[in-house]
Design a protein around this ligand. Structure first.
Ligand code: HEC
Length: 102
């Protein structure tokens, strides 16, 4: 294979991988239950009822607000009972936000 072709193919594979990395997210519904969000919050009628229902949360909060709430709840409410989930990756939080929009 000549060099030009090889470079072209390598670039295409790289771009496809990059595209997949940003668009194919982990399953937000699984994260919502495995991380225990569901113990406190409900979504579409499933889950705990002690904390705000998250069914329409993306209608009242921006994506970046939600991301911040998950990373550092005390930045919004110093007395928040919600633990910080700063161990979640950017993609995992994106998946949660995607799930809230479903
Ligand atoms: C121990 C209970 C608890 C757990 C577990 C929990 N939260 Fe919360 N969450 C709260 C409480 C209480 C609030 C109300 C605002 C505050 O006090 O920070 C809240 C608020 C929120 C809000 C803002 C809702 C609004 O309308 O203002 C979002 C979004 C949210 N939580 C997402 C999550 C996600 C995602 C997870 C799991 C990764 C999670 N929470 C886990 C207790 C919890």
């Amino acid at each position: 294979m000549d060099r030009k072709k090889y470079t072209l193919i390598a670039t295409a594979v790289f771009l496809a991988g990059l595209f997949a990395w940003f668009t194919i997210l982990p399953d937000g519904a699984v994260i919502f239950s495995e991380e225990g969000c569901i113990d406190c919050h409900s979504f579409k009628g499933r889950g705990g009822s002690t904390c705000p229902d998250l069914t329409a949360v993306t209608g009242r909060r921006s994506d970046s607000w939600i991301r911040r709430q998950i990373n550092d709840p005390r930045s919004h409410n110093p007395n928040s009972m919600m633990p910080s989930f700063s161990h979640l990756s950017y993609r995992e939080i994106s998946a949660l936000i995607q799930f809230f929009k479903s």
